[in-house]
Design a protein around this ligand. Structure first.
Ligand SMILES: [Zn+2]
Length: 310
């Protein structure tokens, strides 16, 4: 490509990006005016048939955008902390917490919304609700703080029914193996055997200045979850091999402290929001705040800054 073409294309792209950013900022400003425009029925006084027509004709906003903005802003009214995040990062930034935040907890959720990406925040809210639900607690923030520190994710559930598609021959073999026992016992036996097998093949930890995880260790770690995220209850494919003790602190790739995680759960780990992170993932749950005295906290802050800059 000609050098002049390159410059022209770069220029086109830069302008498009700049105009797009400005357009989004102005639409955000429009959204913030909507509740008052709705309350005073200004659209009607100006001859429009509805607030949707008003917003579509004057700002090119869709009905969904209007509904979404009105809904979230309604939730955020009387919650100054959330309103502050909206002004900083836009309405979308608090969408995942709009329904869960109460006047007592809005400061807590505002802090989370301001420091997390949307995706990590959505995942955190989901885990938080799970922990919350299992503990059968009210939305009282004090209680949430105490309980979510201690509860694992499945304390209340006694049994669960899983449907499996397997061929009839395998099914028959399984029934024979189960015999007069129950499925839970049989599955426990399989799990123990599989763990023993993995353990027998476990490679040694490697001390190194290279961030590259040796193939044998990667294979061992991925076999534990068959390539899915290790967070309890998550079935997403893994995206990152996460060092629960932080590589920057240990300079080691230890098969016992490497876990495959999806992006959202890896982000939660680096926000210091996983309780028992250095124990087996089965013992993990989310917590309400990072442990700022932990050496990992400093490393995680660096990682976060690095990612923002990237
Ligand atoms: Zn996950």
């Amino acid at each position: 490509m000609e050098i002049t073409d390159k410059i022209l294309e770069k220029n086109l792209h830069e302008r498009f990006k700049k105009y797009g950013k400005n357009a989004r900022e102005w639409i955000e400003k429009c959204k913030l005016l909507l509740p008052e425009i709705a309350r005073r029925e200004i659209w009607q006084k100006r001859g429009f048939s509805s607030i949707y027509e008003y917003a579509a004709k004057l700002a090119g906003m869709s009905k969904n955008t209007v509904d979404d903005a009105l809904r979230i802003l309604k939730r955020a009214e009387n919650k100054p902390e959330l309103m502050r995040v909206i002004k900083e990062k836009g309405i979308g930034a608090i969408r995942p917490v709009a329904a869960i935040a109460t006047t007592e907890t809005s400061a807590f959720w505002a802090e989370k919304a301001s420091e997390m990406s949307i995706h990590a925040l959505e995942t955190y809210v989901k885990e938080f609700k799970k922990a919350d639900l299992q503990a059968k607690i009210t939305s009282d923030f004090r209680h949430v703080t105490e309980y979510s520190q201690n509860q694992n994710l499945f304390p209340e559930i006694k049994t669960e029914t899983i449907q499996m598609e397997i061929n009839p021959k395998t099914a028959d073999e399984l029934r024979k193996l189960k015999g007069s026992g129950n499925w839970d016992e049989l599955m426990q036996k399989f799990i123990e055997l599989y763990k023993e097998k993995l353990e027998a093949e476990k490679p040694a930890a490697v001390q190194t200045d290279s961030r590259y995880v040796p193939a044998a260790i990667e294979r061992y770690v991925l076999a534990k979850t068959n390539n899915t995220c290790a967070f309890p209850g998550c079935a997403k494919p893994y995206e990152i091999l996460h060092h629960t003790k932080r590589y920057a602190l240990t300079h080691a790739h230890d098969p016992d402290s490497l876990v495959p995680l999806c992006l959202a759960h890896e982000r939660l780990a680096h926000l210091g929001l996983i309780e028992n992170e250095e124990k087996q993932p089965a013992e993990w749950c989310v917590r309400v705040a990072p442990d700022k005295s932990d050496k990992k906290y400093k490393i995680d802050q660096l990682v976060a800054r690095h990612r923002l800059a990237a």
